[in-house]
Write a protein that binds this ligand. Structure first.
Ligand code: BEZ
Length: 214
């Protein structure tokens, strides 16, 4: 089984999807990416997850994120199920779903965890930066639907901290204070953070969220 770690390059692949054949890197282009697997078509939790992701289109676009899903079901199954998702979740699925019947891509990304289920993919998520490095991974069991607000929150943190010498504290949300990286001296912080900062401890300095640089 593949053992992809943070910082690893996301493997490229070609695949058949509900929006035609794609090359993964071409699909992502210069955007951030969310690549997620779900166990099976025509299942209740997956139906709500894919509907939720489709309804978050504007949120992903705002953050320059492209989304792509995968299951080991085939294209005919995907087509029928997408109709169901659209009808039941009041949406239009607006991202490709990979039909990975031969498990080529699932194996490449380690999305099958044989002790959980030896044929179906678990609920994996990979967040991929524009340079194609893996920035976040997450694995949920089949019985637990993911929280896509949390994924947006992580993307906000990743994008903010990629371009500023800050980190985001527990339960942080966009707009709230952030912490200054320990590698930044107070002298540097004075220049870097014009809104000022509060030194609670020498290693714990809070500053208002900086403007998002790109
Ligand atoms: C679901 O999406 O509802 C589901 C899929 C596989 C196992 C259990 C639940």
């Amino acid at each position: 089984m593949s053992d992809l770690k943070l910082g690893d390059k996301a493997p490229d692949f070609d695949a058949e999807t509900s929006e035609g054949n794609i090359n993964f890197y071409d699909y992502l282009g210069d955007s951030w990416g969310i690549f997620f697997s779900h166990p099976a078509d025509y299942t209740p939790v997956c139906t709500t997850e894919l509907g939720t992701v489709a309804n978050y289109k504007a949120e992903f676009e705002k953050r320059n994120v492209k989304v792509i899903a995968l299951s080991v079901d085939g294209m005919e199954s995907h087509r029928g199920w997408i109709k169901d998702i659209n009808e039941t979740q009041n949406t239009t699925v607006n991202f490709p779903i990979i039909a990975d019947e031969d498990r080529k891509v699932s194996d490449l990304y380690g999305m099958i965890h044989p002790k959980a289920d030896d044929t179906l993919t678990v609920r994996s998520v990979f967040v991929i930066a524009p340079d194609k490095s893996i920035k976040m991974t997450l694995t949920y069991p089949a019985s637990t639907g993911r929280n896509f607000d949390e994924l947006l929150r992580v993307i906000d943190s990743l994008q903010l901290t990629a371009y500023n010498k800050v980190a985001t504290p527990a339960n942080w949300k966009h707009g709230e204070d952030v912490v200054i990286s320990p590698s930044v001296s107070n002298e540097e912080a004075d220049k870097m953070f014009p809104k000022g900062y509060k030194e609670i401890r020498p290693y714990l300095r809070m500053t208002p969220e900086p403007e998002l640089k790109k």
